[in-house]
Design a protein around this ligand. Structure first.
Ligand code: FAD
Length: 384
């Protein structure tokens, strides 16, 4: 127990899942300390290079609602009521997600979401946030972690009643857990990378609104999600070998005019060439492990526990659901931390494995199967 018989909790990672989890814990009245490796993104000069916008679904909304911030998030989100499929001739087909009741997913800026979460977290007097602080090492024996202040390079050690690791797909705690007996772990990199492009605000209104646009092309695909400023974030998923084969502007333009002809005037040739060659494509990893806890204090959540490929749009949503479920278990067990993290771990693993599998499957669905009539779909499964 921390002071005055109030539980103390350390959250490592102030990304989407860590900051939401810290809010849940602060709302419970726990003393919360959050360590985040990066500087405060609300004042940072450079944005990070990972998906600019995200699909928020009911799973994630439920968690945001529970801490009272769903409304403010949805006000800045754009509903996507279905997929809009682009064929090779630039013809489009709308496929609603839910033609009966009109349920939809929402496109929301990653940074805006993280900003709102951190700002909400700061409202709680029982919270301390330390940016530029990196988890360096973990001792399960002493139930301590070591954290480095990246500005002063000072290393300090910390203890708490509960230590939650939301430090993403390359989690430091998870590396330590891999050294403990009976911990199961596997990671899979797919042979496809991704790269982000943009349709600028002046061309955004030419896109059919309120859809998640997909250019499915069998072995690869491109998608686009809308932003509030009328621009669209475009993500190209392709085998690394294909990225490497496009060596200069001429080869890239030739490929684009043949493969995504209707997208070229929307992105613009110059911007396409500039953005394509600006950064290298990023890798996509899927992580499965179990259990999610060690002893009576340490717990993995979010991508640290179950990173998945992004094709189901559920990584963040599942991480948000982790926070919601953990809070519910702590509530039901009257803040019995040891029992709660053991129960969370036991109950969550199977669902997390399932969603990792679904995400992997949905890659085939999005880049290929969406274009096939159902009889070919059946044949595809017969051939598997
Ligand atoms: P992260 O977002 O990785 O945050 C981890 C945080 O921990 C970071 O802030 C990092 O700086 C910090 N950290 C790391 N190491 C340390 C350390 N040693 N000490 C202190 N801090 C540390 N999900 C969806 O639900 N919908 C989508 O549409 C969607 N689209 C995606 C598109 C792409 C291209 C990709 C790659 C992913 C997408 N995802 C989507 C998945 C989503 O991005 C992740 O599931 C989500 O970001 C996980 O959040 P997290 O907080 O667990 O991890």
């Amino acid at each position: 127990m921390g002071s005055n018989n109030v539980n103390s909790v350390i959250v490592v990672g102030g990304g989407l899942v860590g900051s939401l989890c810290a809010i849940f814990m602060a709302k419970r009245g726990y003393h919360v300390t959050l360590f985040e490796y990066r500087e405060d993104i609300r004042t940072a000069k450079f944005a990070r290079g990972r998906s600019i916008n995200m699909a928020l679904s009911n799973r994630g909304r439920k968690a945001l609602r529970a801490v009272g911030i769903e409304k403010i998030i949805l006000e800045s989100a754009i509903p996507m009521k279905g997929r809009l499929l682009h064929d090779l001739k630039g013809r489009t087909t709308s496929v609603p997600y839910d033609a009966l009741t009109g349920q939809c997913i929402y496109s929301i800026s990653r940074d805006y979401l993280n900003n709102v979460l951190l700002t909400e977290l700061e409202k709680y007097p029982n919270v301390k946030i330390y940016f530029n602080h990196k988890l360096m090492s973990v001792s399960f024996e002493d139930e301590r972690i070591s954290v480095m202040n990246l500005i002063t390079e000072e290393i300090t050690t910390h203890q708490a009643d509960l230590i939650i690791e939301a430090d993403g797909a390359y989690s430091t705690l998870r590396r330590y857990m891999q050294l403990t007996p009976l911990f199961e772990y596997s990671q899979t990199y797919i042979q496809h990378g991704y790269l982000e492009l943009v349709i600028p605000p002046e061309n955004g209104p030419k896109m059919t609104p309120n859809h998640l646009h997909i250019w499915p092309r069998g072995q690869f695909m491109m998608i686009a999600l809308p932003n509030k400023d009328n621009s669209w974030t475009v993500t190209l998923f392709m085998p690394f070998g294909k990225f490497e084969s496009l060596r200069n502007a001429a080869e890239l333009k030739d490929f684009y005019y043949k493969t995504f002809p209707d997208a070229v005037p929307l992105i613009g040739e110059d911007l396409l060439v500039n953005d394509f060659f600006k950064v290298k494509p990023s890798a996509l990893v899927s992580v499965k492990c179990k259990p999610y806890h060690v002893g009576s204090k340490f717990l993995l959540i979010g991508d640290a526990a179950h990173a998945m490929v992004p094709f189901y749009g559920q990584g963040m949503n599942a991480g948000f659901e982790d926070c919601f479920l953990l809070d519910g278990i702590l509530e039901r067990r009257s803040n019995d931390i040891a029992g709660s993290i053991e129960e969370f771990s036991r109950e969550r693993v199977e669902d997390a494995y399932a969603i990792c599998e679904l995400a992997m499957y949905n890659y085939v669905e999005m880049r290929d199967l969406v274009t096939r009539p159902s009889y070919r779909l059946r044949k595809f499964f017969d051939e598997l």
